[in-house]
Design a protein around this ligand. Sequence first.
Ligand code: DGJ
Length: 717
Amino acid sequence: MRKVLLLLACLLGMACVKAADQPFIRIGTKSTDLIYKVGDNGRLYQCYLGKKLTHPADWEHLPLMSEAYVTHGMEDYFEPALRVLHNDGNPSLLLKYVSHEAKEVSPGVSETVITLKDEQYPVLVKLHYVAYQEENLLKTFTEISHEEKKPVTLYRYASSMLHMDRGAYYLTEFSGDWASETHMQEQRLAFGKKVLDTKLGARANMFCSPFFLLSLDGKAQENAGEVLVGTLGWTGNFRFTFEVDNGGALRLLAGINPYASEYELPRGEVFRTPDFYFTYSTEGTGKASRDFHDWARKYQVKDGTESRMTLLNNWEATYFDFDEQKLVKLMDDAARLGVDMFLLDDGWFGNQYPRHSDTQGLGDWQETQAKLPHGIGFLTAEARKRGIKFGLWIEPEMVNPKSELYEKHKDWVIHLPNREEYYFRNQLVLDLSNPEVQDHVFGVVDGLMTRYPDIAFFKWDCNSPITNIYSAYLEDRQSHLYVDYVRGLYKVLERIRAKYPHLPMMLCSGGGGRSDYEALRYFTEFWLSDNTDPIERLFIQWGYSHVFPAKTLCAHVTSWNSKAGIKFRTDVAMMGKLGFDIDLSHLDEREVAFCQQAVQTYKALKPVILDGNLYRLVSPYSGQHTSSMYVSKDQARAVVFAFDVYPRYAEKTWPVRLQGLEANRMYRVKEINRMPGAKPAAGDEGTLYSGEYLMTVGLPLFTTRSLNSRVLEVVAK
Ligand code: DGJ
């Protein structure tokens, strides 16, 4: 594409003239530079994205790549970032550079805003870039506004457009389905477009997660190679387009999925796109993930630098079938386990339509008298007596047609007025574009907190995509619904965060149907998948770990795949935010004793697992063994997890090299988290090694035993 543009420009006698007196705009972190330059034609071009360039004098040698934010209707032949229709019917836009401004937002964080405008039509575009120096992360978004008399219709409105011109591009997507989230699949991109998107509205990430790895010149590697890791902060329809053009250049477009979402923008209103976050690593995906984790904890996730609570959830132990007695017994189990909290899941509400299954009651947020005659207050008091906190499940954006809410407020429901309703999990989505509905949803949390201030945690579920799409509230602006739904959701979450700034909340969406960084500004953690089979979890957690830190990844010990013993299941869950969803009466005394000790061990290791550096050592995708380790920021302590899944008979195993330690420090290595009475493996009883040895020679972490796991603690002498 670039060649075509240059040729065209040369023919017109333009681009062969050097644009020497036009400004360069550098958006840089500690290790990455994104450089723009204004061409002689007054338009903005990207000229570099990659490893930091330390000699600014070299910049003038950089070729102008593609236009920074390509608009529809001019000379470009590929996917545009912005497509508008003016009210006079003209479909074109040509953006010229007006100015740019850079300022420090806070120590280590700077923001650059580049303003572009069309000279024919009063349309203004502001490209924002926030650079997090130490974390090597860039956040970009775009603001679009105009001063035309009538609304301008936006058909495409990317958050970000980036250009690359390399020998090869390999894209890793994280896709799947309910109970099989984040399957990593890598493919080489050739001419044309690869699109990762979702049209599900709510529960938007059920089939595809909003993040990717884009490896340059070769396949993605853990510790080497150039890779761009990106994700969109939008709890709704997203779209990433990767388009390789005729000249082999790649453009990456990230933003809201514009599918069925043309947006009429009135004069003076600013359309602010969601944030696209990315990091560019020259040391492979491992470094990119660690940068993402550091940034997320420090700047993005709700209470990102705080610790997290261990818990016992009743969902898999009881499903909908519980009463006060059963719950109190489970609270006893929680106290016996030593976890911080008991979490009551779905099934506690509804009277005219008691929630005995997923067929009814959703929307009626009063305790079911028959099940809980003494209400939530009784349960919070029982929890307090046992020295644990109490958490509660809600799904406030949804409604069962069999509910009092539906009967009373049909107009609050997203559904088509003149067609039979289609149900996903027997439910429908409330219309959050409507401020009255926003008040209602906020009121669910606020009402519960007002009545029961002892509630210490919410699990916020969202089990249905948007179906039967029609909003009674939006009237003739139906194509705004997907966007305004998400904006309405954020208004509610903003109010909750303002009133309850440190209330921990788990984001859940029928498993991992929501997993984005804008939602995580309001949630402390999220549920990855309803699949808690530990073998599947090794893959699922591995996938999410590419972008999210361990403290956001809820991982529960359940009875799925009990062929894998309690130790294996617990060891897997300890790599994330540990919880249990199990009936202790199904475990024998030794297993319970193991779990109790594991909870204590986990609590002691929290600073390392939740706040340390993650090193993915051996991928579960590479065979029957996998290993990951976490290292404290001061490199004084580490914990290594190793798993053998189904090794072959007499298979050759190999030592695993640890990472992230100090070569010249001595470390004591000890196997921990053993079943009561089990001896540590030879060499793991507190043996002293240098960091150099551990990272160069490595440890024989793997065995040929099926469903075997080991946890090693590594402590500097
Ligand atoms: C789906 C969630 O993923 C589960 O953990 C559980 O909360 C159910 N919903 C309850 O209906």
